[in-house]
Design a protein around this ligand. Structure first.
Ligand SMILES: [Zn+2]
Length: 228
């Protein structure tokens, strides 16, 4: 009698967090494989110092990027957000405070998504159609709110650096080696892992050159997902 009662709360939590991955059918990990295109995505910005440098590098290389922004950071650097959408880049939602959704109840989850969504819509003049959960962690409450705001949940197929720092040359080499048509690459243009933006600025030129050598061109995530 006692055992089911003791097990119920942990099981409910597992269903809410881990079990939510069963509901990721509408999510995407990669785009269409029909053409040799790749999306470079950048999480955790905008960083007032590094993101403009990343934008400048991408613009000079003619590469469109997709930036998953943290709402409270976007509120502190609105001009950087506007500069993204004035160019060829796309903006997506990465929650308001970069919280782990496994630790959020339904109410906090809604707030994290909606607050960032509304701010980004106001800054860019366009509601973001993409959402990336921090660390790829989702819960059962996130999908109804994403449906309501009309955003797709986007994971990645290549992540050259996780929580442990990886040097720039290795990151570039990993991305080029694992590249495949429709791949979505997860990069970081602001601090999460220590000094991630510095390594990114160093890794991007060889990464872009290496991918072009292998016949790849670049697209935003929405372009990668769009029907031909
Ligand atoms: Zn993140």
């Amino acid at each position: 009698m006692l055992l089911p009662l003791l097990l119920a709360p942990p099981l409910a939590y597992v269903a809410y967090s881990w079990g939510a991955h069963l509901g990721t059918l509408g999510c995407v990990w990669r785009g269409r494989r029909s053409s040799r295109r790749i999306a470079l995505t950048f999480d955790d910005g905008p960083d007032p110092e590094f993101t403009p440098r990343v934008l400048d590098l991408l613009d000079r290389a003619g590469v469109p990027g997709t930036f998953f922004l943290i709402g409270e950071r976007a509120a502190r650097a609105p001009d950087v957000v506007r500069a993204m959408t004035a160019g060829s880049h796309e903006v997506g939602n990465h929650t308001w405070s970069h919280t782990n959704l496994w630790k959020c109840g339904p109410r906090r989850t809604r707030l994290e998504v909606r607050r960032a969504h509304d701010l980004l819509a106001e800054l860019t003049g366009r509601p973001p159609g993409l959402f990336r959960p921090p660390w790829g962690a989702v819960n059962l409450a996130v999908f109804p709110v994403l449906r309501r705001v009309g955003a797709r949940c986007v994971f990645w197929s290549i992540q050259p650096e996780g929580l442990r720092p990886i040097d720039a040359a290795t990151q570039a080499e990993r991305v080029v080696r694992r590249a495949a048509p429709g791949a979505i690459v997860d990069l970081h243009d602001a601090e999460g892992t220590p000094n991630a933006p510095e390594r990114l600025l160093e890794a991007l030129p060889p990464m872009i050159a290496g991918l072009r050598e292998r016949g790849y061109s670049f697209a935003t995530v929405s372009d990668l997902l769009a029907r031909p």
